[in-house]
Design a protein around this ligand. Structure first.
Ligand code: SF4
Length: 449
């Protein structure tokens, strides 16, 4: 099989991993025009310092000894298979890099022979790229569950980011859909990578030349909707992963049916709005000081798909509002719907000079569409309705008047990053959902909920 054919198969097989996003464009090159958006493997991702970079996103192989029910590459599927040699991946990376197609490599793999053998092959790629080719670009590599700690540690010395995919949010679901996988074999490398990242950072405080270890941090991916876990269970798991394993990111991937299996749910469309709400809830955990148990409860374990999680929390806790904009602590300002980190900082700085009124907030560029219902300025309330759950919901989601249920939206298979994801949702959505999603899309870009 020639290299192009392998590239086509193994980049296509890598597209289900959302911890690195792909454009998925199929625009062909044309005579007289410049360039072509090849589907084979080039995708975009964000580095730890926030730069958007192009990566070659491929699998080492899609031959797999496991048979996970939800996976296109599972052993029992009749799909075209291919494997790269480590040297082929190195050559592709260097050639693409030299031509300026990519700034780095995202390398994952199905499990061929066994976990150690697969990890050894991945390690060879990273090691040779760094030591023999002098490659200084970005490398994101999967750590293979079940591989030895030594192999994973060695790989961590050469890559920028590592991820171990949990995939399913509970042990029971793993047993049901991925019976070859073992919860401990997934958590053990995660734990080890997390503690080695901390040790390496500590060592570099004392010795400037101490070796780097996964400087971009580690991430994981959870499939949403293939199993019955609630949003509360999923968000609790994410919170634990951030706290215990020092994770940089948890990625959520709406379950996309690709196989027929009696243990899989029958979904007409992937639950992409649910995935989107989970990303927003996750953002509140990481940047706004919320805890999972504040956003969701055993009585209400699912996010409301009509409202972003911060609005939903505020409406469930109306007794805490309105807050006086001139007195509320920074942490409480952050909890006001519509006021994000930048806005809260602006308010805190400006009110030191003089008390702020409603017009001052507008002049500061604070978006008051949502915030008006939850604040007072110099004790005066400016909301266009009473402080009442139902009335505010009606103002925030006028579609309630017309549509009882806003359905989950169908996306293309390539709705992989939260940003491209929102754009696709927006373009494909019904007119009733569009205003809601436009706000959500902006919030996903700015982080202001
Ligand atoms: S281990 Fe499971 S999820 Fe991973 S490639 Fe193999 S079948 Fe797919």
């Amino acid at each position: 099989m020639d290299l192009n054919e392998k590239l086509k198969i193994l980049s296509d097989a890598a597209k289900y991993d959302v911890s690195c996003s792909s454009s998925g464009s199929t625009r062909k090159g044309q005579k007289g025009n410049l360039g072509a958006a090849a589907t084979s493997g080039i995708c975009h991702s964000f580095t730890p310092d926030g730069r958007c970079i192009s990566l070659l996103k491929i699998l080492l192989t899609n031959y797999c000894i496991y048979d996970c029910a939800y996976c296109i590459n599972r052993r029992s599927n009749d799909v075209q298979r291919a494997s790269f040699t480590p040297q082929e991946i190195i050559n592709l990376t260097i050639n693409f890099y030299r031509r300026n197609y990519i700034e780095g490599l995202f390398l994952s793999s199905a499990i061929i022979k066994n976990s150690n053998h697969t990890m050894e092959m991945l390690l060879q790629v990273a090691k040779k790229l760094r030591l023999e080719e002098g490659f200084n670009g970005y490398i994101h590599m999967k750590a293979i569950p079940g591989a030895s700690e030594e192999l994973i540690h060695e790989a961590g010395l050469y890559v920028d980011r590592m991820s171990v995919n949990i995939e399913l949010p509970s042990e029971n679901s793993l047993k049901l859909l991925a019976p070859d996988k073992d919860k401990n074999a997934i958590l053990a490398p995660m734990r080890s990578i997390g503690s080695q990242i901390i040790s390496a950072k500590e060592a570099r405080k004392t010795f400037k030349k101490a070796p780097l270890f996964v400087p971009g941090g580690q991430s994981t991916q959870l499939i949403i909707g293939a199993t019955p876990e609630t949003d509360l269970k999923i968000l609790n798991l994410s919170e634990n992963l951030y706290n215990k394993y020092n994770l940089k990111r948890v990625y959520y991937s709406a379950y996309t049916p690709v196989n027929t299996d009696s243990n899989l749910p029958e979904l007409k469309t992937p639950p992409t709005l649910r995935e989107h709400r989970l990303y927003q809830g996750d953002w509140l955990l990481r940047f706004y000081g919320f805890k999972a148990h504040e956003l969701l409860s055993e009585e209400k374990p699912q996010f409301d798909i009509h409202l972003d999680p911060k609005c939903n929390w505020a409406l469930n806790n109306l007794h805490l509002f309105p807050v006086e904009i001139n007195k509320a602590p920074y942490e409480m300002l952050l909890r006001v719907p519509g006021i994000g980190i930048r806005s809260a900082k602006k308010i805190v700085i400006s009110r030191r000079i003089a008390p702020l009124n409603y017009d001052d907030l507008k002049k500061l560029g604070i978006v008051l569409k949502r915030a008006q219902f939850f604040i007072t300025c110099n004790t005066k309330y400016y909301g266009s309705t009473d402080i009442d759950d139902i009335q505010i919901r009606r103002k925030l989601v006028p579609q309630f008047e017309f549509e009882e249920n806003i359905p989950y939206e169908q996306l293309s298979l390539f709705t992989l990053s939260s940003t491209t994801h929102n754009t696709s949702l927006l373009l494909n959505s019904t007119s009733a959902v569009k205003p809601l999603l436009l706000q959500d899309s902006l919030s996903a870009l700015t982080g202001e909920l």
